[in-house]
Write a protein that binds this ligand. Structure first.
Ligand SMILES: [Zn+2]
Length: 371
C-alpha cells in the first residue's frame, strides 16, 4: 500500500528515544525496503529522519537515502499523487479513520509486524483473484508506470463463505484487505446480491483499512476483455461465444455486462422474473429487439412451452463454458502481461483497466532496494 508518514512525526511531541516508536518505524521502512509497501514522506519528515538516521538499521537507512533521492526529483508522478487508497501514518491518533483518499492510521498499529506484509486481495475464489491481478498489471503497462509495482497476496474466500472470511479479517485487523466480488446484478438497475451486499456492509461498518468493490457488471466474466476470451477458449466453446458476441452487438451496449456467460440466458429464466420488475423489463426489451433482428431466434423463443427455467432449453444467449475464467487464466499465464496487454481495446476495455487501477491504488509497492 501507499504509506505516507504524516508531518506530525517531525513535531516535538514525537519521541525518537521511544523504542516502540522506533520499532514501528523500522517495520514500516522494512516494508518499503522489500517493496511490499510503498513509503513516502514530506521533506520536513525526511529531515528529521536523517537527523536520527543512526538510530535505525541499515535497511531503514537505505530507504531514507532513496526518499532523499526522490525528493530531488521534485513532485511525485500523477499516478502516485492520484492514488485513492493511501495510508497516512500519524502518531497522535489512536484509531483508524476513513479519509477521502484513504485512511489515517495510528503509528502504533505497526508495533506488530503482521501489517508489514503485502495487502490482501480477497475474491470469491482464487481464479478470480488471479485473473484480477492481471487487470492491475495491465493498468501498470498501459500507463507506462515505472519505479513501483503491484504488491499483493491473493486469496479465494470460498464462494459465498467469503462474507465469514471477510468478517474474520476485519475483526482480526492483521491484514489490509481489498475485497472484490461479483455484483450478481441482473440488469443495470438491479441491487447488489446478498453476498456482495453483505461484503459492502461489513466493510462500511468496520473501523479498518479495507475496501470493497463489486464487479461493474454481473460477474467477473462480464469484465474480461473479449479478445482475451477469443484467444483463451477451448475450441468446443468458440461457436457459442461467437453467437454471444453477434447477439450482444445487435442488442446494444450494456447487455454484455449482464448476460450469464457461464450458464447462458434462457427464455424461461426471464419469464419467471416478477411481472413489471426492472430486471424483467430490461430483459424483455432485449429479447424483443433480438427477435426483431433474428427470425430464427424468434421462432425458437415463440415455441417455448417449458414449465420452469431449469427445464427450458431455449437459450436467448448460449452458455459458453462453466470454467470460462479458468480458461482465460490459463491463457494469461502462458503469455507475458506485455503480450496479453496488446489485446486490450481502447474504450471497450476501460472497465478492465479501471478495476486494475483500483487494485494498483490499494496494492502498490516500491521496487525492492538492493543492498
Ligand atoms: Zn424454453
Amino acid at each position: 500500500m501507499y504509506i505516507q508518514l504524516e508531518d506530525t512525526l517531525a513535531d516535538a511531541s514525537f519521541n525518537f528515544d521511544d523504542l516502540d516508536n522506533l520499532h514501528a518505524l523500522e517495520n514500516i521502512f522494512s516494508a518499503g525496503f522489500s517493496g511490499d509497501h510503498l513509503v513516502r514522506c514530506s521533506k520536513k519528515v525526511l529531515l528529521i529522519l536523517e537527523e536520527n538516521r543512526n538510530r535505525f538499521g541499515s535497511r531503514t537507512q537505505r530507504v531514507i537515502e532513496k526518499l532523499k533521492a526522490l525528493s530531488f526529483q521534485g513532485m511525485a508522478p500523477d499516478f502516485l499523487r492520484g492514488v485513492m487508497s493511501k495510508i497516512y501514518i500519524n502518531h497522535t491518533v489512536s484509531t483508524v479513520t476513513k479519509l477521502d483518499d484513504g485512511w489515517r492510521v495510528p503509528l502504533n498499529i505497526f508495533y506488530d509486524n503482521s501489517l508489514v506484509v503485502r495487502p490482501l486481495l480477497l475474491c470469491e475464489d482464487l481464479t478470480d483473484a488471479e485473473v484480477l491481478e492481471y487487470a492491475a498489471k495491465h493498468y501498470v503497462l498501459v500507463n507506462k508506470i515505472r519505479g513501483c509495482k503491484i504488491s499483493v497476496r491473493l486469496e479465494g474466500g470460498g464462494g459465498s463463505c467469503i462474507t465469514d472470511r471477510l468478517d474474520y479479517i476485519l475483526r482480526a485487523q492483521r491484514d489490509f484487505v481489498l475485497c472484490i466480488t461479483d455484483s450478481d446484478k441482473l440488469s443495470p438497475s438491479d441491487n447488489l446480491d446478498d453476498t456482495a451486499g453483505k461484503c459492502a456492509n461489513l466493510i462500511k461498518s468496520s473501523n479498518w483499512v479495507a475496501r470493497y468493490l463489486p464487479t461493474p457488471g454481473r460477474e467477473l466474466e462480464n469484465l474480461i476483455p473479449w479478445r482475451f476470451i477469443d484467444q483463451a477458449l477451448n475450441v468446443d466453446c468458440t461457436r457459442r461465444w461467437e453467437v454471444i458476441k453477434r447477439l450482444c452487438n445487435i442488442a446494444g451496449s450494456s447487455v454484455a455486462d449482464y448476460i450469464d456467460i457461464k450458464e447462458g440466458v434462457r427464455n424461461r429464466w426471464v419469464l419467471e422474473m416478477p411481472d413489471g420488475s426492472p430486471n424483467r423489463m430490461y430483459w424483455e426489451a432485449i429479447i424483443d429487439l433480438l427477435k426483431e433482428k433474428d427470425p430464427q431466434l424468434q421462432a425458437l423463443l415463440d415455441k417455448c412451452n417449458h414449465s420452469s427455467k431449469d427445464a427450458c432449453e431455449c437459450y436467448v444467449f448460449p452458455n459458453v463454458a462453466k470454467r470460462t475464467a479458468d480458461q482465460v487464466l490459463g491463457w494469461l499465464k502462458i503469455n507475458t502481461p506485455h503480450k496479453s496487454a496488446e489485446s486490450l481495446e481502447r474504450r471497450l476495455d476501460d472497465d478492465w483497466v479501471n478495476i486494475g487501477r483500483e487494485i494498483f491504488d490499494f496494492c502498490c509497492g516500491d521496487d525492492k532496494i538492493r543492498l
